[in-house]
Ligand binder design. Structure first.
Ligand SMILES: Nc1ncnc2c1ncn2[C@@H]1O[C@H](COP(=O)(O)OP(=O)(O)OP(=O)(O)O)[C@@H](O)[C@H]1O
Ligand SMILES: [Mg+2]
Length: 463
């Protein structure tokens, strides 16, 4: 390489080198400073005039360049902290002329203070995050499973507390409630709160074909029947040993099997099919049904003695339609959860939607509400909306209530019938437009009127 610093060429070189973010220093073989760019001036706080033509070692005793010259060796990416809170990466190389003779050295200092600060922030954040994670998992462990059951209804809260209090007793519990009221949620909470060491094992009695019921519940031994597994298979009773067996839809338990279940509960022993060995078990039974078992006892599809065994304690879950305050609370909770899961800001549930929710009969109870919120959040995300619109609801819920806003009293002394009907029409159109976020196509469809007619009415009523 041929470096010369004559004036014209030097101007171009200098201009370029002054405008790069690295500090550049060039020395000859005697360590006399030949070049010091503008970044170096700013970086080391030394003027060019103070260093050029002088021995670099006098200004920077610990510089890498003398070593480069002495050893004719290049150094790459050496980490350095020349001052407190200042960090650099230094590279320095020997320089040769065309004939390969050493003529000097060049060093490049790159300021990495900003990167270091960022790395520091990042590692502190990472540290905080892992501390928070630790705290969270401690709270999660200590937090009762019952706190997942949300309600503002005094009577429902009483039932939650009652179940919590009896969790640790060995009592069998029968949970009664409509579909989606939280029967399984309660059963799991009872198991967790019970601190029983074994598993929570759920069996859906309505989903098992009658002929497979016995082998599912009691298990079987090797060779018990054709197709039986080698070494046999434990049944659900064994799997739930020292834990909880959740018999869901207990009303669908085949009548023929009921005496056998009763015997296991009374004796505390289970025998696998094809075996004569009795296995001692300790299982707590939580069962659930949405049927009236008393009626089932009447028509002999459920045994009275089994009913009393299962029902040492009974809890009736209140349907959602009878705890309207929970509709708002649960809707907001689910909204928060799904928005967070989807990485969205929390969107709004406008009052007209809550009004629809409050009037709805909720036959699917909490599960139905949860599904509706989940679906609405996804539709809001897709269409970039910051609130839930009526059109996001399933068709059967897209009912716009105008009754509340209307005064239906008709006073013939102050108004004619035409005027009165127009008032009602205006109110209905206004409410529907609001509900559909002023989407005229959807409003016209909803009101089954031609769009042109809708435009005319909007104009007429000044909406
Ligand atoms: N009070 C509540 N707080 C929070 N979530 C609830 C509540 N009640 C029910 N859920 C949620 O609603 C859904 C339905 O609950 P669950 O499956 O326990 O109902 P179920 O009574 O067993 O219904 P089914 O009779 O249809 O089996 C679940 O996702 C559950 O987490
Ligand atoms: Mg269930």
């Amino acid at each position: 390489m041929n470096i010369s610093f004559n004036v014209e060429e030097g101007n171009i070189f200098e201009y370029i080198l002054d405008n790069i973010p690295d500090a550049i220093t060039v020395v000859d073989t005697k360590c006399t400073t030949l070049f010091f760019n503008k970044t170096s001036e700013e970086y080391f706080n030394i003027k060019k005039e103070e260093i050029i033509g002088k021995d670099l070692r006098n200004v920077f005793p610990s510089s890498l360049l003398p070593k480069v010259i002495e050893r004719e060796k290049a150094y790459h990416n050496i980490y350095n902290s020349p001052r407190e809170n200042t960090y650099t990466i230094i590279s320095a190389i020997p320089l040769y002329d065309d004939k390969g003779k050493l003529i000097g050295g060049l060093s490049r200092d790159r300021d990495i203070t900003e990167y270091m600060k960022l790395t520091d922030v990042l590692s502190k954040t990472q540290h905080n995050l892992s501390e928070l994670e630790k705290e969270l998992s401690v709270t999660m462990q200590s937090e009762s499973y019952f706190s997942k059951i949300i309600s503002n209804n005094t009577e429902f809260i009483k039932r939650i507390n009652l179940c919590k209090n009896i969790s640790r007793t060995p009592m069998n519990i029968l949970i009664n409630g409509e579909s989606g009221t939280g029967k399984e949620l309660f059963a799991r909470a009872i198991h967790h709160e019970s601190e029983r060491q074994g598993n929570f094992v759920a069996v859906n009695c309505s989903a098992i074909p009658e002929e497979l019921f016995e082998s599912e519940l009691f298990g079987y031994d090797e060779g018990a029947f054709t197709g039986a597994r080698k070494n046999g298979k434990p049944g659900k009773f064994e799997e739930a040993n020292n834990g909880t067996l959740f018999l869901d839809e207990i009303g669908d338990m085949p009548v023929t099997l009921q005496p056998k279940i009763l015997r296991i509960l009374e004796d505390g022993y289970v025998t696998r099919i094809g075996s004569n060995k009795e296995i001692k078990i300790n299982v707590r039974i939580v069962s659930a049904t949405n049927k009236d078992l008393k009626e089932a006892i009447q028509d002999r599809s459920f045994r009275k003695d089994l009913y009393y065994r299962l029902n040492t304690f009974q809890v009736q879950l209140i349907p959602l339609k009878d705890r309207k305050e929970d509709v708002v609370l649960l809707a907001n909770k689910f909204l928060q959860k799904f928005c967070m899961e989807n990485g969205m800001n929390i969107i709004e549930i406008p009052n007209e939607i809550f009004n629809i929710f409050k009037r709805h009969s909720w036959e699917g109870n909490v599960r139905e509400l949860k599904n509706i919120i989940q679906r609405s959040v996804l539709l809001a995300k897709e269409s970039n909306n910051e609130k839930i619109l009526i059109e996001f609801l399933p068709d059967y819920l897209q009912v716009i209530d105008v009754e509340e806003e209307l005064s239906l009293d008709y006073d013939s002394s102050t108004q004619g019938i035409e005027e009165y009907l127009e008032k009602i029409e205006k109110e209905i159109i206004k409410k529907t437009l609001d509900s559909f976020n002023y989407n005229k196509k959807k409003t016209a469809e909803h009101l089954s009127m031609p769009r042109s007619n809708l435009y005319y009415k909007i104009e007429k009523y000044g909406l």
